[in-house]
Write a protein that binds this ligand. Structure first.
Ligand code: NAD
Ligand code: TYD
Length: 352
């Protein structure tokens, strides 16, 4: 296999850290450069185990800074980009949309321009892989699934900014022949997820006997995928996906939020050796999210049929592994939930 220099953006965040770990360990012949601004969501503790490996480098930088991105690309001569850096939390996008526009749209355009300029004389063997979300497709009713052909209908500032970046990536393929590939994935769960998202937030609150905030009536549905299965899909698509194509990635694992939380409470009671029903008493219905999408569900048959991908874990097993990980990571959890997190939590939840 040829030597490649790959820039993975957002590698110190949740999914990015799993992708970096997979690529660094599985492909010692590749040079992996992790480019991350280290916002509140990025943390080098997530990749502590890779720090001394010879095929791994970390570069701190902001993809919104055009001059920095251009200089970096001129200097580093990347063969490929796997782009995960983003502002990723819907609730934060509702209170502060502009950060999402800057990072998710302008940041992506800066990377596209830098790649286009560097690769313009020879695009052979190059790849710009853009990681996106199922939320760009909008919201489903009780039936149906998002396919790669579903028309975009984003509803939140987060999903709109991701939709915009997806369109730009495809436009660079169409207009400049940039060798791009895009994937749109459903909700991920697993280790190293920042505890502002539903599952780690609930785990942390249950652990400390704090209320579990469930938006509205808890009837919204999400399709959950174990993060390492997302990383394995990214590996497959990076190596075997066709340029210009889009692949949907999903867990075929739909849960109503309230049912998921009850399941999580059961696992927490067992692992913390608390009496059955203790955690469920913490469930608290709070004011709904503005514009809350009702249901997401992915049809990932293209990825399964064309590239042979399949998820490795059942949800029960993945959820238990996830809870065990959070319970064993006292230091990580307290580091990421100190400081700014407390201010965020206060402003997000005390008013609900
Ligand atoms: P995350 O919030 O955990 O991590 C994002 C990372 O990007 C952080 O390390 C952060 O420091 C970095 N970053 C943010 N702004 C930056 C900037 N301006 N310059 C450089 N780095 C910056 O996000 P995640 O959940 O790991 O999501 C990663 C990607 O996957 C995102 O593009 C997201 O849209 C997509 N995605 C996420 C999910 C999910 O369930 N979490 C599902 C589908 C797709
Ligand atoms: P989240 O993890 O924020 O992911 P997304 O909004 O990208 O799907 O939320 C998952 C679901 O859980 C979503 O329907 C909103 C809901 N939710 C709550 O009920 N309470 C919470 O405190 C959070 C963060 C989310």
């Amino acid at each position: 296999m040829s030597r490649l220099k790959i820039c993975i953006t957002g590698g110190a965040g949740f999914i990015g850290s799993h992708v970096v770990r997979l690529f660094v360990n599985k492909y010692p012949q590749y040079d992996i450069v992790n480019l991350d601004k280290l916002t509140y969501a990025g943390n080098l503790m997530n990749l502590h185990d890779l720090e001394d490996l010879p095929n791994y480098t970390f570069i701190k930088g902001d993809i919104v800074d055009e001059v920095f991105v251009n200089e970096l690309f001129q200097e580093q001569k990347f063969d490929a980009i796997i782009h995960l850096a983003a502002e990723s939390h819907v609730d934060r996008s509702i209170s502060n949309p502009l950060e999402f526009i800057k990072t998710n749209i302008l940041g992506t355009v800066n990377l596209l321009n830098a790649a286009k300029n560097e690769w313009k004389d020879n695009m052979e063997g190059k790849t710009f892989y853009h990681i996106s979300t199922d939320e760009v497709y909008g919201s489903l009713g009780d039936t149906g699934f998002f396919t790669e052909d579903t028309a975009y209908d984003p509803r939140s500032p987060y999903s709109s900014s991701k939709a915009s970046s997806d369109h730009l990536v495809r436009a660079y393929h169409h207009t400049y022949k940039l060798p791009v590939v895009v994937s749109n994935c459903s909700n991920n769960y697993g280790s190293f997820q920042f505890p502002e998202k539903l599952i780690p937030l609930a785990i942390n609150n249950i652990k400390h006997f704090r209320p579990i905030p469930v938006y509205g009536k808890g009837e919204n549905i999400r399709d959950w995928l174990y993060v390492e299965d997302h990383a394995s899909a990214i590996d497959l698509i990076f190596h075997q996906g066709k340029k210009g194509e889009t692949y949907n990635i999903g867990g075929e694992n739909e849960w109503k939020n309230i049912d998921l939380i009850h399941r999580l409470c059961k696992v927490m009671d067992e692992l913390l050796q608390r009496a059955e029903g203790t955690s469920a008493k913490l469930i608290t219905f709070v004011q709904d999210r503005a514009g809350h999408d009702a249901r997401y569900a992915i049809d990932c048959s293209k990825l399964k049929n064309e590239l042979g991908w399949k998820p490795s874990l059942q949800f029960e097993e993945g959820l238990k592994k996830t809870v065990q990980w959070y319970l064993s990571q006292e230091e990580w959890l307290s580091a990421v939930t100190s400081g700014d997190y407390l201010n965020y939590y206060e402003s997000q939840y005390t008013k609900r």
